[in-house]
Ligand binder design. Structure first.
Ligand code: ZN
Ligand code: ZN
Length: 407
């Protein structure tokens, strides 16, 4: 067996106890690819040991996904199983927790018609909206974690034989998820405390905007009125403190949807819905992307930013030091859960309502500059060459990052 089973059991434990902080009597909805079944079984066992009421795994399968693209009628691609997502929404209303296990092949759909992929993605996003609302508004405890799928591992380590690639990706996931520490749960508590120190400093400074400068990048990101920085563990509206991402290295907040100006160049490829988009370069004016290019996957990127009115505007800005363990591993994971934690990033689309002080209503969030969209897609703009300044309302600068590290 290529994957260290003792470490996998520890990852299942970290996922349930730190990631979800699943409570006795809580239901759990879990989505995963069939390639992650060995881990799904460990997580389900850990969840029941933690006192879970009913755990419901919902599995996807690469061959089944491709069977649709190869055989379905054209009209199929404008539809999604709304009933399933409505059921999920109902479960979250009843306080079910949510776990997603990332394991998928980043290039699964790269050979399919991009128009069909985009239509299916849009139908899925729209159907998912009522359930996603409970996630973005942080009504319940949730977590995303990862398992080394074979195709994913081969993409990350193309020069290794299949079993060695899986082992290497497993070890990279274990290291990033802190399961190599003698007491992973204690290691997460210490890491969460550090991230909270950084967000507290940013919240005390109450910057009006951040300015990113580096090769191909001179971008001023206005911050939403009443924005709040968050990072590490946080308390959902159901009162449960969880770590929504395992791993996580970021502190993040909400940009002002109308106050983003300048140019920015991606520092890593973006793997999105089966396509790999490379060398994204965009120009913002008044918060909106007015010019967009990519050396590879440009059509997929343009389709993505044309998803709806908010898809050309920012919903998140996040700071990650270049010295973070994921960044230092030097591995390009082709998966946002990892790659976004290796570099500063921005996300197009929906903002997180938890990144505001005082629990504003949806209308107040919009008035304060919070963006809304059916998409939320992170892409990486940080590197060892990026400087960041915090700007006050008069444009006075305070160093935040120098050469990719906290100033
Ligand atoms: Zn982020
Ligand atoms: Zn994000």
């Amino acid at each position: 067996m290529a994957i260290d089973q003792a470490k996998l059991a520890k990852l299942a434990d970290v996922t349930v106890r730190v990631g979800l902080n699943l409570q006795a009597g809580q239901d759990l909805i879990l989505t995963a690819n069939t390639v992650a079944l060995p881990f799904v079984r460990q997580v389900v066992a850990a969840a029941y040991r933690a006192g879970a009421n009913v755990v419901t795994p919902i599995l996807s399968d690469d061959a089944i996904t491709l069977a649709r693209y190869e055989n379905a009628a054209d009209s199929s691609f404008d539809h999604a199983p709304n009933w399933l997502f409505d059921g999920m929404a109902q479960a979250y209303q009843g306080n079910a927790a949510r776990l997603a296990i990332a394991a998928e092949d980043p290039s699964l759909l790269s050979g399919q018609d991009p128009a069909k992929v985009a239509r299916a993605g849009k139908a899925q996003s729209m159907a998912y909206k009522p359930a996603q609302k409970h996630i973005v508004e942080f009504d319940i405890n949730w977590n995303i974690t990862a398992y080394p799928g074979t195709a994913w591992a081969k993409q990350v380590f193309p020069d290794l034989p299949e079993d060695e690639a899986v082992t290497a990706l497993a070890e990279a996931i274990f290291a990033a998820s802190r399961v190599n520490e003698p007491d992973p749960v204690a290691a997460w508590a210490a890491h969460n405390a550090l991230l909270q120190t950084k967000s507290a400093w940013l919240n005390d400074n109450r910057f009006h905007a951040l300015r990113f400068t580096g090769p191909g990048t001179d971008l001023t990101v206005g911050l939403a009125d009443g924005h709040e920085w968050a990072g590490g563990s946080a308390t959902a509206k159901n009162g449960i403190t969880c770590n929504a991402n395992i791993p996580t290295e970021e502190v993040f907040t909400t940009p002002h949807a109308l106050r983003v100006d300048g140019t920015v160049r991606a520092t890593k490829p973006l793997a999105h819905q089966g396509a790999v988009i490379e060398d994204i370069a965009v120009r913002f004016e008044g918060g909106k992307i007015v010019e967009a290019h990519a050396s590879k996957g440009e059509a997929a990127f343009i389709k993505l930013i044309d998803s709806d009115e908010g898809a050309r505007r920012l919903g998140e800005v996040a700071l990650v030091p270049h010295g973070s363990p994921i960044s230092q591993s030097g591995i390009l994971f082709y998966n946002t859960l990892f790659d976004e934690n290796a570099a500063c990033h921005i996300a197009l689309g929906q903002c997180y309502s938890k990144c505001f002080t005082g629990n504003p209503s949806a209308d107040e969030i919009t008035a304060q500059g919070g963006n809304s969209s059916i998409i939320h897609v992170d892409w990486m703009i940080g590197s060892a060459e990026i400087d960041i300044d915090g700007l006050d309302e008069n444009g006075n600068a305070t160093p935040v990052f120098r050469k990719g590290e906290w100033a």
